[in-house]
Design a protein around this ligand. Structure first.
Ligand code: FAD
Length: 480
């Protein structure tokens, strides 16, 4: 890493591309861009550039390649693995697409929407809604994360079960390559078998292969019927059985099936304003069930009632509630989406964003719980997530103690050790150590151990082919 950093004259050349009004140089202004949400990574940078067009992004990357200047793309800065954070002690320049936030086109007949890479996800959802269409990607961070970041992390969210993750929601891309060349791949085709799929290379690449400046996204009809229910359960085994019934009964109308533990409900009701436990008695586990139908509202109603009846009859459900208004539906989802935030006031939390084949969720949970409790007696496991996708956010809050503050540091210091325990069980079950959030800095070193030498070699060859000067987000995903 070049710690001397770019000379002031070079920084001025970068600034001239976007205009001094669109540059941050003051360390106080830069501060929010140098740290990621959980405070796990704190980087350094002499400058942040806000280009206003694809051509300006191209000029920045051309100059960066010519001068060997490292570049970090950043959009909403909500990533959870430090991919958007410049390296600690380095001189990476940050390129933010926050000015490139336009919806370029919406075509409800072809069911496509074209957006800038810096368009905010919530604005894309609203633009789709305005023409009676649905853009189904939905995340807790949707008010601030942006399409370039969603694509670069291949974001998942709450509706993957029915609509897929960002890779499935994208038809075409516009990308500026590290050399400054512009690839216009803004195709609107569902069928296009013409050679290697370049689009798929950039989705999930976490900004290491180029900067995504535009995207063609898929839209869907707005659902006509929508029902959300919360069921109290005994165990992850029962949650899995209920999920199987829900899949059989609802088919593609099953848009979400989330699992939450009692401790998660306690954390949210304790710390998140306005969250109430909608069931009168506590239950060990909960399933949040989301059903959307495109034919009629009655179909969704019939489905949710039939599912709950079946669940009660089979002894899978202890108690349940169906949201009776849109506000109640939102409140149930809010409870689920606040689960991560609700852990913060409970002290240190060691996180895992893992996936296993759906049918192995109960055995994975049992094995992981046993191993974690042996390693960290008193640990408070708050494992929740997208059961239908096999994706569990296996989060562990620090044990309760007399001095929570002092013990937090000691607990967090065990992050890697605990990760190794949980990830070992995940890998033995044929799972993935990063289901949604990516690799970034957080899992970079681990990736090299869990992927085969041929896979790592292919990834390095792809990186060299796209980024021969090695300027794009160095130190992320792959060990330099
Ligand atoms: C409260 C909360 C809830 C979340 N829930 C989910 C969830 O349910 N599912 C899920 O999958 N994720 C979730 N996330 C994490 C998720 O990765 C991000 O919210 C989002 O997808 C990242 O978008 P962003 O614009 O903030 O990207 P950033 O954080 O700015 O960047 C993320 C990565 O993409 C790269 N990048 C950014 N923009 C570009 C670009 N234009 N071109 C190339 N590379 C780029 C960055 O270098 C970095 O590596 C959540 C995060 C939070 C804070």
């Amino acid at each position: 890493m070049d710690i001397s950093g770019p000379k002031p004259e070079l920084l001025d050349r970068f600034a001239a591309i976007v205009g001094e009004n669109h540059v941050l140089r003051d360390q106080q202004d830069l501060a929010p861009h140098l740290i990621e949400g959980r405070g796990l990574y704190q980087g350094s940078s002499p400058m942040l550039l806000k280009p206003g067009s694809t051509q300006e992004v191209s000029a920045i990357l051309k100059l960066a390649s010519e001068t060997g200047t490292p570049i970090v793309p950043q959009t909403g800065n909500t990533g959870l693995v430090g991919g958007q954070t410049p390296r600690t002690g380095g001189n990476d320049l940050i390129v933010s697409l926050e000015r490139m936030n336009r919806i370029r086109d919406v075509d409800p007949v072809a069911n496509v929407l074209v957006a800038d890479g810096g368009a905010i996800l919530a604005d894309v959802q609203k633009a789709a809604e305005a023409v009676n269409r649905l853009f189904p990607l939905s995340l807790g961070s949707e008010g601030s994360c942006r399409i370039g970041g969603n694509l670069s992390t291949n974001a998942g969210g709450t509706a993957v079960l029915a609509y897929g993750n960002m890779r499935q929601l994208c038809l075409g891309l516009e990308v500026v390559l590290p050399t400054g060349e512009i690839w216009d791949g803004l195709r609107r085709l569902k069928k296009d078998n013409t050679g290697y799929d370049l689009r798929d290379m950039f989705i999930g690449a976490e900004g290491t292969l180029g900067i995504i400046t535009g995207a063609v996204l898929k839209l869907f009809p707005q659902p006509v019927g929508h029902q959300v229910a919360l069921a109290g359960l005994n165990s992850p085994e029962d949650a899995l059985k209920l999920f199987e019934r829900a899949s059989n009964l609802c088919g593609t109308a099953l848009t979400g099936f989330e699992m939450m533990p009692r401790i998660g409900i306690e954390f949210t009701t304790r710390h998140i304003e306005g969250v109430r436990d909608p069931l009168s008695d506590p239950h060990p586990w909960y399933a949040l069930i989301d059903i959307s139908t495109s034919d009629s509202a009655e179909t969704a109603q019939t489905m949710v009632q039939a599912l709950l009846e079946q669940g009660f009859e089979a002894g899978l459900i202890r108690d349940a509630v169906i949201a009776s208004s849109v506000a109640q539906q939102k409140a149930l989802w809010h409870m689920r989406e606040s689960m991560s935030d609700a852990q913060k006031p409970e002290g240190g939390s060691i996180k895992h964003d893992v996936s296993v084949p759906v049918s192995k969720i109960p055995s994975f949970m049992a094995e992981a719980d046993k191993a974690v409790m042996t390693a960290v007696p008193g640990a408070r496991i708050c494992a929740f997530g997208h059961l239908g996708d096999g994706n569990i956010h296996y989060n562990i809050s620090q044990p309760l103690s007399a001095d929570m503050k002092a013990d937090k540091a000691a607990f967090i210091a065990r992050w890697r050790e605990v990760n190794e325990i949980v990830h070992g069980i995940v890998l033995a079950a044929g799972g993935s150590i990063s289901a949604e959030h990516g690799i970034g800095q957080l899992k970079r070193d681990e990736l090299a151990h869990i992927r085969s030498p041929i896979e790592m070699d292919l990834m390095r060859r792809i990186k060299r082919a796209f980024d021969p000067a090695g300027i794009m987000n160095p130190g992320k995903v792959l060990v330099p």
